[in-house]
Design a protein around this ligand. Structure first.
Ligand SMILES: [Zn+2]
Length: 344
C-alpha cells in the first residue's frame, strides 16, 4: 500500500494529468475517508465549536454563500450539474456542445476515480469543474477532520486527472453551518448553492416545464441544480436547456455568471499541506503543468472500483461487471451513498 502510494505520488510529480489514477492511493468509493492529521493540523484553525448534527439541517442558512449569479445580472442562468462524472455525462456534453453552451459540474471525488476519462472530457470541452466531496455526506453530520479529508481527497483526484484545483465547491444537500463554512473558508473555497432546484434528484420528470414556467415569469438571475448521475435526471437536461433559452435567459457556467474568478486556484495546496503548486496552464492536457500535490496518505485504503454503475428511476441499482468482488463493493458503496435521503 505505502509503496503503491509513493509510486503514485512520484508519477503525479512527473506528469500532472493521469489517465488512470491508482485506486490504492485513494479512500474507498462512497465512504467517508479517514482523517489525515497533517491536513487537519493546517486547516482546522478558528473553527466554531458547533455540535456535529445527527441529521442534515432542514433549512440551512445560505446567506453567506453564493446562491445565484451576480446582482444586476438580469436574465442570466448559471447552469450546474452535480454528482458525476457518470456514464451519462458524455451525453450531456453532447447536448451542451450542440447548443454551444458551457456549464458547471460539481463532481464527486470517488466518481472521478471511477471515471477519470469522463472528467477529462468535461474539462477539455471548456466546462467548469467544482468540488462536491469524496463520498457525498451531509457535511454538518461529520467531524471537522472528516470534512477536511472529504474535500482534500476530492481536490487531489481532480488535480491528478485534469491538472487544476477547483476554487468552487457545493456541499451535498446544501447542508452547511458556520462550522463547516469556516473549514471550507480556511481552504480558500467559494461555496455555491442554488436558488432554483430542478427536483430531478427527487424524481421530478417535469424539469423542462418547471424551468420554462420559471423563465417566463422571472427576470432575475438563477443558479439551478440538476444532476448527471442518474439516467432519469440526465435525460431531461436537453429539454431543460431549451426551456431556459426559450424563456429569454442566457445560460452560463457559474464562474461566468457570478463573475467570481479564478475558477481554479492552486494556492489550495499551500493552505492544506504547506506545499505550493504553481498554477497549471488552462490547457490541462499539457504535460508541463505543475506537479499535482498529493501527499502520500497512509490512511488511504484501496477498493475503489471503476465498474460502471447505473441507477434507474425507481432506485434500482444495476451494474455491468464481470467481477463479483467489485460488484459487492460497489453495491455496498452506492447503497450507503443514497440511503435515507434524496440525492442532492
Ligand atoms: Zn449531490
Amino acid at each position: 500500500m505505502l509503496a503503491a502510494a509513493v509510486a503514485v505520488a512520484a508519477a503525479v510529480a512527473t506528469a500532472a494529468v493521469q489517465a488512470a489514477p491508482n485506486p490504492a492511493a485513494y479512500p474507498t468509493m462512497d465512504k467517508i475517508p479517514a482523517a489525515v492529521a497533517s491536513w487537519s493540523a493546517r486547516v482546522l484553525n478558528n473553527i466554531p465549536a458547533l455540535p456535529v448534527n445527527a441529521k442534515q439541517l432542514p433549512n440551512p442558512d445560505w446567506s453567506a454563500d453564493v446562491t445565484t449569479c451576480r446582482a444586476g445580472a438580469g436574465k442570466v442562468w448559471g447552469i450546474s450539474y452535480d454528482d458525476g462524472p457518470s456514464q451519462y455525462t458524455d451525453d450531456l456534453l453532447a447536448q451542451l456542445k450542440s447548443r454551444n453552451l458551457k456549464a458547471t459540474f460539481f463532481v464527486i471525488g470517488s466518481r472521478v476515480l471511477a471515471n477519470p476519462a469522463v472528467l477529462q472530457r468535461v474539462h477539455a470541452a471548456g466546462h467548469q469543474i467544482g468540488i462536491h466531496t469524496w463520498s457525498h455526506p451531509a457535511l454538518t453530520t461529520i467531524s471537522n477532520d472528516q470534512v477536511v479529508a472529504e474535500i482534500v481527497y476530492t481536490a487531489r483526484i481532480i488535480k491528478e486527472v485534469i491538472g487544476v484545483t477547483p476554487k468552487f465547491m457545493r456541499p451535498p444537500f446544501g447542508d452547511i453551518d458556520e462550522r463547516v463554512r469556516a473549514i471550507l473558508k480556511n481552504m480558500g473555497l467559494t461555496v455555491v448553492t442554488w436558488n432554483v432546484d430542478s427536483g430531478d434528484s427527487a424524481g421530478s420528470l417535469n424539469v423542462a416545464a418547471q424551468f420554462r414556467q420559471y423563465a417566463a415569469s422571472n427576470s432575475g438571475p438563477v443558479i439551478s441544480l440538476e444532476h448527471d448521475l442518474f439516467q432519469s435526471a440526465e435525460a431531461q437536461a436537453a429539454s431543460a436547456l431549451d426551456a431556459i433559452l426559450a424563456g429569454g435567459y442566457t445560460i452560463q457556467p457559474v464562474d461566468a455568471c457570478t463573475g467570481i474568478t479564478p475558477s481554479y486556484d492552486e494556492s489550495f495546496w499551500s493552505l492544506v499541506d504547506g506545499t505550493t503548486i504553481a498554477s497549471s496552464s488552462s490547457a490541462a492536457a499539457s504535460s508541463t503543468t505543475a506537479a499535482a500535490k498529493p501527499t502520500t496518505a497512509a490512511s488511504a485504503t484501496s477498493a475503489a472500483s471503476s465498474t460502471p454503475t447505473q441507477r434507474s428511476s425507481n432506485g434500482a441499482i444495476s451494474v455491468t461487471t464481470t467481477s463479483v468482488a467489485a460488484l459487492s463493493a460497489l453495491v455496498a458503496g452506492v447503497a450507503s451513498f443514497f440511503i435515507g435521503t434524496v440525492v442532492v
